[in-house]
Design a protein around this ligand. Structure first.
Ligand code: SF4
Ligand code: SF4
Length: 467
């Protein structure tokens, strides 16, 4: 129906000679914990965590240092043992500044007492959800939505299928690929645990066909276990997008503005599943993650990094940068964010750090020639050139009518545009303006409603006085 793709649109970004082919063969390496970690209290979607330590406190690895700030939130844990030096603002790769807890490492690597569980099958769904919540796990593919919320379906919500995202469709990134090759049994075990927590009988692990070794390893680990299957997927970007993956595997379409749960599905990244397995089986909170370091670095690879490690130190561990670096990205080349400050820390969502050369330079924009390529590439069936036109003319309501809020910012349209139009950037701006306007409008309406209520109350009080 969609040619070689299993979803509408999609592109095939080419990788330079430093792409996946280099890193997929590099086994995961443990990076030495740094002398100082900077652990942001907001590394997830939802309310920031609230600090529960103060300057001078001694902390152990895995100790909660920030409590979840609400239901949609996640706690954060100390990732080294040592002393809390300060709580201060910290810049994130997203450009936001949030509060962070700074810990000086005592290099004793003393952990809290972990409480392993040899028989997760004996735990109730609620007990599993609580363990995942306490471990601070969030979507590790980059979305950073708190996992405990995902595995706690609200009343009336029926989940039929769990989909595991092993597509890793962005060029250069190989952290998930390596994890699938090196830890297939633990990933499959984690899938079982999540199936129990959700009460579902079927799980499908989707992996792009350019990772035959990962498909073989996961298929082998899942063989003989009922309910878990592996599906090889055509290589196409953004195959790992939540809506695209659901459609490719189930042919169900998540409605605009809706969630996977609206079509009876929960989607989780393989890195998240592995973290769930560690949390439940070993009692280990989320204190580290696998991050790909690629591009123009001397020793590219896949590194197990303590959360809060400055990116500069990770790059040093990789032997430093080569000549010709024009841009450092946090994330993949399609959706990653350019960063200028290398003291930004690795967070729960840091799937990759890329040092890119000339290929990342942005050429001058030309006028739109109405070729329609952007429209054909869009996996959300949007009209990028028209939305862009409206946004540039500040006609945000028209771009909203065309569905700009459904744009997943995948970058496919920008990638194919022969005029090098900065389409995705334009949609990010448009969405931000529309969101701010909606918020302002909602606040205005609330203030008006409150004023009317006040007037009514005053009038009533006046009436009473007259009586
Ligand atoms: S791909 Fe570029 S040039 Fe072609 S229609 Fe879209 S915006 Fe215009
Ligand atoms: S960035 Fe948005 S508009 Fe462009 S292809 Fe992706 S979803 Fe479509």
């Amino acid at each position: 129906m969609f040619g070689k793709h299993l979803f509408p649109g999609g592109v095939h970004p080419k990788e330079g000679k430093n792409g996946k082919a280099v890193n997929s063969g590099n086994a995961i390496v443990d990076m030495t914990a740094p002398a100082r970690v900077v652990i942001p209290l907001s590394q997830h979607i939802g309310a920031p965590a609230k600090p529960i330590v103060k300057k001078g406190d001694h902390v152990l690895v895995g100790q909660v240092i920030g409590e979840a700030g609400g239901f949609v939130s996640a706690p954060v844990h100390a990732t080294v043992s040592g002393t809390v030096d300060e709580i201060r603002p910290c810049l994130l790769a997203s450009g936001l500044t949030v509060q962070a807890i700074v810990i000086d490492n005592d290099f004793k690597d003393e952990w809290i007492e972990l409480k392993p569980c040899d028989h997760p099958e004996t735990l109730s769904a609620k007990e599993l959800q609580d363990l995942v919540r306490e471990a601070g796990i969030v979507g590790m593919g980059g979305a950073t939505f708190p996992t405990s919320v995902k595995i706690t379906p609200g009343p009336g919500k029926v989940i039929e299928k769990l989909i595991i995202n092993g597509a890793e469709c962005e060029p250069y990134l190989t952290a998930d690929h390596r994890l699938m090759i090196e830890q297939p049994n633990r990933i499959v075990d984690g899938v079982h645990i999540i199936m129990t927590a959700l009460g579902v009988k079927e799980a499908v692990i989707g992996i792009e066909n350019n990772k035959p070794d990962a498909i073989a390893a996961i298929s082998q680990a899942a063989s003989g276990l009922g309910g878990i299957s592996v599906k090889g997927l055509p290589v196409s970007y953004p195959q790992g997008g939540e809506k695209q993956l659901i459609y490719a595997i189930t042919r169900r379409q998540v409605p605009n503005g809706g969630l996977p749960i609206d079509v009876g599905v929960v989607v989780m990244n393989v890195g998240t599943v592995f973290a769930v397995d560690e949390a439940v089986r070993d009692g280990k909170p989320l204190v580290e993650r696998i991050t790909t370091v690629g591009g123009l670095v001397n020793n590219p690879g896949n590194y197990r990094v303590r959360i809060g490690t400055p990116i500069s130190l990770l790059l040093d561990t990789c032997g430093g940068l080569q000549n010709g670096v024009k841009k450092i990205l946090n994330g993949g080349p399609m959706m990653g964010m350019a960063i200028n400050d290398l003291e930004i820390p690795i967070t729960k969502g840091s799937s990759g750090i890329l040092a890119l050369g000339k290929e990342s330079e942005e050429p001058a924009e030309g006028p739109c020639i109405r070729c329609g390529r952007c429209q054909r590439a869009c996996p959300m069936k949007l009209s990028p050139y028209l939305m862009d036109l409206y946004i540039r003319n500040e006609q945000y309501e028209n771009s909203e009518k065309l569905g700009v809020m459904n744009c997943i910012e995948c970058g496919a349209c920008t990638f194919v545009c022969p005029a090098k139009r900065m389409l995705t950037q334009s949609f990010k701006t448009g969405k931000r303006v529309i969101t701010t306007r909606r918020k302002t409008q909602a606040e205005r309406e609330k203030a008006q409603a409150e004023a009317v209520e006040k007037e009514k109350a005053a009038a009533k009080a006046e009436e009473k006085k007259e009586d």
